[in-house]
Design a binder for this molecule. Structure first.
Ligand code: PGA
Length: 248
């Protein structure tokens, strides 16, 4: 399976950063055995698409409905209309701050699919949950309840992001990543049969140029969702290079 390296810019970026996005897309083109994309603020999607050529640009969330009385929200159709080809769904920052539930995330994934977008659907346990020995149960519950029944096929990837590893510099141990990704894979195969083998499972949480090679070598780690280290071409490039090398 080709590795999938996705940058998550979160609430960062203005028009002053379009040049950096173009740099990232230029670097990504040099790593042509890796699939990559940038998920950026909705305000920048249309201009970013114009700035990066054929490089995939995505959003970071979408509403489950196409239109209506939802002040401040952006629909999957709107993302697509702006030129996005993918979106993140169910990031832990939204699960926590916007109280998104698995059922919301499932509906958002279906809306993304209906709008023709690829989706990166995030799952992950908190530190308290891990320390209580509940990490597997929590994550497999999220996988079971937030993936829609039509998740099979190339349009959806799962991103395992332990909440305690996001933005902290604290990376999960490769052995723990291996256990979790194997458990997610087994759940996907249990539910979708052979098609479940084809759903990419990304790791996210403080992935950077120093640790990417080790993490991307873990079985069932099919790519990465990268926050801080996706903000500049200089930081993103070594991750793309590690992904490219892992496929050789
Ligand atoms: P990080 O963020 O790489 O800065 O830890 C990852 C994410 O939240 O997707």
């Amino acid at each position: 399976m080709r590795k999938f390296i996705v940058g998550n810019w979160k609430m960062n970026g203005t028009s002053a950063d379009l040049g950096e996005m173009a740099e990232i897309s230029a670097v990504a083109r040099l790593h042509n055995s890796v699939d990559s994309a940038l998920c950026i603020p909705a305000t920048l999607i249309e201009r970013a698409v114009a700035a990066v050529g054929a490089f995939p640009i995505g959003g970071q969330d979408c509403h489950m409905q196409n239109s209506g009385a939802h002040t401040g929200c952006v629909s999957a159709e709107m993302l697509s209309d702006a030129g996005a080809v993918l979106t993140i769904i169910g990031h832990s920052e939204r699960r926590a701050a916007q109280h998104e539930q698995d059922s919301d995330i499932r509906a958002k994934a279906q809306a993304a699919k209906a709008a023709g977008l690829k989706a990166i659907l995030c799952v992950g346990e908190t530190l308290d949950e891990r320390e209580a020995g509940m990490a597997l149960e929590i994550v497999l519950g999220q996988v079971a309840h937030s993936l829609p029944d039509n998740a099979a096929g190339a349009w959806l990837s799962v991103a395992y992001e332990p909440v305690w590893a996001i933005g902290t510099g604290r990376v999960a141990e490769p052995a723990d990543v291996a256990d979790m990704h194997a458990a997610i894979r087994a759940a996907l195969v249990g539910r979708f049969g052979a098609e479940g083998q084809k759903i990419r499972i990304l790791y996210g949480g403080s992935m950077n140029g120093d640790n990417a090679a080790v993490l991307l070598a873990v079985p069932n780690v099919d790519g990465g969702l990268i926050g801080g280290a996706s903000l500049t071409a200089a930081k993103f490039q070594p991750i793309l290079a590690a992904a490219q090398a892992s496929g050789e």
